[in-house]
Ligand binder design. Sequence first.
Ligand SMILES: Cc1ncc(C[n+]2csc(CCOP(=O)(O)OP(=O)(O)O)c2C)c(N)n1
Length: 552
Amino acid sequence: MVDHPSHVKKLTPEQLTELAVDVRQELIQGLAKSGGHLGPNLGVVELSIALHRVFETPKDKFVWDVSHQVYVHKILTGRKDRFRTIRTTDGLNGFALRTESEHDCYGAGHAGTALSAALGMCAARDQKKTDENVVCIFGDAALTNGISFEALNNIKCTTKKFIGILNDNEWSIAKNVGAIAEYLGKLTASPRYNRLSRDFNNWLKRLPRGEQVAMLGAKAEEALKGIANSLVLEPANNPVDADGRGGHGSALLFEEFGLRYLGPIDGHNIPLLVSTLEFAKTCNEPVVIHVLTQKGKGYEAALKYPEKFHGLGAYDAATGQTPPPKDGAAPMWQEVFGRTMVKLCQKDKSVVGITAAMPSGTSLKILEQAVPGQYYDVGIAEEHAVIFAAGMATMGFHPVVAIYSTFLQRAYDCIHHDVCLQDLPVIFCMDRAGLSANDGPTHHGLFDISYLRCLPLIIGMAPADEDELQDMMFTAAAVASGGHSLPARQRRGCAHQGPARRDRNRQGQGRLAVREQARCGEGGPVRTRAHAHARPPGRSETARRWLRCGGH
Ligand SMILES: Cc1ncc(C[n+]2csc(CCOP(=O)(O)OP(=O)(O)O)c2C)c(N)n1
């Protein structure tokens, strides 16, 4: 297997196909012990190989959205030998990391940043009058994020050279939701959109036959014929569709944003990817290549369970089976949260649960299944989630916004401007508070206490055990009906069964919690001495400040 991008350039088309097989095996075997983002990476094996075939990092820049799908890129850029250390202490980072390799030009972990960062690089390049290529790889779910659209809006007026690759696998972590997902489905399914660009076709035809075949590979000769034959050249100013909407010249979202749209193309066909990327390199206008990939490609279990294999812990590489939960194991915090949401929603029609593309991570999918009418998935759109909740709250609803602590940072202004300043009854349930050993700094839920306690009219709560989480959710719902907003934070890992539950927590009360042992990371409980003893009457200063921050 190759260990440097320059090696990829020397391989024959057949060897490129073999490389894809080897990389897939390494992903499946290599992640079995520590787990990781297997499905997304299996989906971009060919795309990553084609990118390194055509471009030259570190001079050229690859900017990956979220960057959970950079494992193949890591393997191809000198990190093959350390690949099995990924997501472990002192091992490779699970995301792109600038300090880890000169081939990682931009770090990430949160969604929606790639288009803006890549455009910034293009602007800098244009200022410097240098000629590096900037390639932005973003997922179909990343496109549901507002920042992505802020960047799209800005591309045409900023640069003439920008290469975007839309990696469309129809999945976020769960199935992608919303109008954008529907729109992409329409682009993919409709034969009228299923075309490559006229310029691409002409460019391909201008190449000598020998060069065409060399570029596409002998095996792809048929594919080449297919491309030429399947081209449907429609005038860009086609006025109206039968359904009364604009013809594709106006319906194509990307073209309206000033990006030349290429695709959709098969994201597992290396010759086709290579030739399309080569063409994109020659374009003197921003382009977007719509690439269709399959999450989990080449691994049966991952194809069957795309959501589970988006990101998972250890598994048996031969079967894809994960260890069953131990008998009598404490439930995860998020399960307690999800089940309590069902109780709250069944009891009170004004309570609704809102997730930003994390129905399984937050366990709000339990609510979706039990009370679908009181459940919303808004896509990867934390700011929208919070403002949407504020809107509902103005109409007498009591929205519970379930967002991981780290991702709620994205919506900070909205919490202040749209919830606190308007004194609206919105409940925030922040999941995954604390350190994230496997995902690292982009996923630590460290700052919520600091960033929320300084906001006006917020009452913060931090449950110590499973029982208290339920109590606090009932308390929050009761207080929210009085018109106030409350955040409650819950840790990652397993909850601890606590003493018998009370109905309502008293505001301003904390309990002495002496830290005895702290283990962080998925499944790592943080134990406190308070769990071993009866609840003492004293209040710790920290707890009191947390429970009573704000004006109530
Ligand atoms: C701001 C933010 N919210 C939520 C997440 C959690 N998250 C990680 S990957 C992902 C789905 C990404 O889907 P897509 O962009 O289509 O890429 P794919 O995994 O399908 O390749 C989500 C919701 C995140 N990383 N950042």
